[in-house]
Write a protein that binds this ligand. Structure first.
Ligand code: ATP
Length: 588
């Protein structure tokens, strides 16, 4: 398949921010793509080579890309750099240089999607001293045969600058329309995606066998499952309303969620957002064989930092020390953990997703051998509000955040936030209740002591329906001098020239960012707002929802992707919950 078809589609997509149009361009492309190469096309459209959890990155430095372009066109590096400065974008500069070259040379062979993909893959695998030269050779040979528009997108992809923001859900919509004839079938595609987190695999299955393939889509070891999530509740009564007469209450520990995949001697760990985090926890890899009796398995656990002398659980922030490339052995010594298993999704060749909670729990208890390092999450069956209150009290006294309440007959619903799992925290009872995880989309320069750094950040939620980031507040409190410096540094990588096409806000920030960094915020209440865009028009015409008195809690949610941030519908539910409390209070 000609790469120009993909490049043309990317070109059209750059010209629009409307989701319907974006989807239609994708549908048109998928319809002419042979089934064998659909995964490659799907990855390339997102500027990737494999799903994120495999950690395959092209990531060529811009300097190398410029030198490669110079090598293939004979144009001096200084001229390319000049063009780059003028255009402000290496892709655009590459297109201009290639345009000039096409006018002076004869044409060359067509480049194919397969050639582009395979070359980029070879580049991603290069390591070591001589890799820079090899990278340059591969890139210049591609650019040698590329047309200006092809060159533009090759340059963007290799330097990880393809910022079209096509989210997974938009691709699922387009796949559904192209291969099953209707967007109505998207839930089946989404299910397949939720159990493997690999759009390439899903696209190939549906392109080859249509809906039939989706019915038999299997869980497999080393393909992470999108985690099941919980709804917030404020009281035990609410749990009874949602779950009936008897349900399970588990401790809710404040650590890092780890999805553990084991097959024979191999163990891979995935984070809440399915990043491969195996290297941060060599102690889990080392000890898991002793703790788990299974040939192969996928389990979920909360890794929690502990004080080894007292056995006390330590706060989540302590685990941050594990996030380092070097000296991990020292961090393992200094910040010991326990691993607290709470679910099992696959055991000895069979998926456990459709089993009830009770059956999965039984299976989990059989499989885990407890010791000082590995535990099964404390659980009790509860029937009355008093029993929930008592267990909550125990949990808090043991250093937990609260309780997770789970319906006994519910299956494991990958990727869903539903009322089969509820979270009850102590602080839910006052003010707004839970904290929110929000995406930093913009910033305002600071004044006074904050001069030279950001004084406030513009924050958004994620709206899954429209695949956008509507703003919900501007936050300027809760920052220390240290965190202001840290933000300035982290965010400097994410600056973009104009507002991201998926960011939606009535405020004009001084600086815009790619929606990537997620931080935790608390607030006193949710109010209607003419400026912020969450749930715009859903409660009152022309108004969105905003947070009142937002405050940064000090937690950067490094384990969350922007799509894992608090969603518009959750903010709506919090707003409605808040109204209920006010109404109830008024009655008395
Ligand atoms: P969410 O994961 O629901 O988006 P979050 O990451 O902000 O939200 P919380 O709202 O605090 O976290 O609650 C869910 C998290 O609680 C899980 O992702 C998991 O890491 C943790 N957790 C602790 N104990 C349990 C348990 N017994 N069962 C399930 N999850 C647990």
């Amino acid at each position: 398949m000609k790469f120009s078809l993909v490049a043309d589609t990317l070109g059209y997509m750059e010209g629009t921010t409307k989701r319907l149009e974006l989807t239609q361009h994708l549908v048109d492309l998928f319809k002419i793509t042979p089934a064998e190469i659909i995964p490659k096309v799907v990855y390339l459209l997102q500027g990737k080579l494999r799903p994120d959890h495999e950690g395959v990155e092209v990531g060529v430095a811009e300097k190398i890309a410029v030198r490669a372009l110079s090598k293939s066109t004979g144009v001096p590096v200084s001229k390319i750099e000049h063009e780059y400065k003028k255009a402000g974008d290496l892709g655009q500069a590459t297109a201009i240089i290639l345009e000039q070259k096409t006018q002076t040379t004869f044409l060359k062979e067509d480049i194919t999607v397969e050639r582009v993909y395979d070359t980029l893959f070879k580049i991603a695998e290069l390591r070591g001293n001589r890799s820079q030269n090899m990278k340059m050779k591969y890139i210049s040979s591609l650019l040698n045969d590329a047309s200006p528009i092809e060159g533009r997108f090759i340059a963007k992809i290799i330097t990880a600058n393809l910022r079209l923001g096509i989210a997974d859900y938009t691709i699922l919509d387009a796949l559904s329309i192209a291969y099953t004839g209707s967007k109505e079938n998207r839930p089946s595609l989404e299910h397949a995606y939720n159990v493997c987190s690999d759009l390439g695999r899903v696209s190939e299955a549906v392109a080859k066998k249509g809906m039939e393939a989706l019915k038999h889509f299997q869980v497999s070891v080393f393909s992470p499952i999108r985690p099941m999530l919980a709804e917030r509740i404020k009281s035990p009564e609410e749990a009874r309303e949602k779950m009936g007469s008897e349900f399970a209450a588990e401790y809710k520990l404040d650590g890092e969620r780890v999805q553990i995949h084991i097959q024979k001697e191999k163990t891979v760990l995935y984070s809440r957002s399915l990043e491969n985090i195996t290297s941060y926890y060599p102690d889990i890899v080392e000890k898991i064989g002793k703790s788990i009796k299974a040939r192969d398995a996928i389990l979920e656990a909360e890794a929690v930092a502990i004080n080894e002398d007292t056995g006390e659980f330590l706060p989540f922030q302590e685990l941050m020390h594990r996030r380092r490339k070097y000296n991990i052995a020292k961090a393992v010594q200094e910040y010991p953990i326990t691993v607290n298993f709470f679910d099992i999704m696959f055991l000895d060749g069979k998926s456990c997703l459709d089993m009830s909670y009770s059956d999965r729990r039984r299976s989990l208890e059989n499989v885990v051998t407890e010791d000082a390092f590995a535990k099964v999450m404390p659980m009790t069956l509860v029937k009355t509000d008093d029993e929930v209150e008592d267990f909550l009290e125990n949990a808090i006294n043991s250093g937990c955040e609260g309780l997770m309440l789970k319906q006994l007959d519910s299956s494991y619903r990958a990727g869903a936030r539903a009322s089969n799992w509820l979270k009850l925290k102590r602080e839910y009872r006052n003010e707004l209740g839970d904290s929110l995880d929000l995406v930093v989309v913009g910033a305002f320069y600071g004044r006074g002591r904050r001069t030279g750094r950001y004084g406030a950040l513009l924050l958004s939620v994620y709206d899954k329906e429209s695949d956008t980031y509507p703003s919900v507040c501007k936050v300027g409190t809760g920052f220390t001098d240290e965190s202001l410096d840290q933000f300035y540094q982290i965010l400097s990588d994410k600056i973009i020239v104009k507002k991201d096409s998926r960011t939606d806000s009535g405020l004009e920030a001084d600086v815009w960012f790619e929606p990537e960094v997620v931080i935790e915020v608390v607030a006193s209440e949710i109010t209607l707002s003419p400026i912020h865009k969450v749930a715009l028009g859903k409660i009152r015409k022309g108004s969105g929802l905003a947070l009142r008195f937002p405050k940064f809690t000090g937690k950067i949610r490094f384990e969350k992707t922007p799509e894992n941030a608090t969603s518009s519908s959750e903010v709506m539910a919090m707003y409605n919950g808040q109204k209920k409390v006010v109404q109830n209070e008024k009655q008395f």
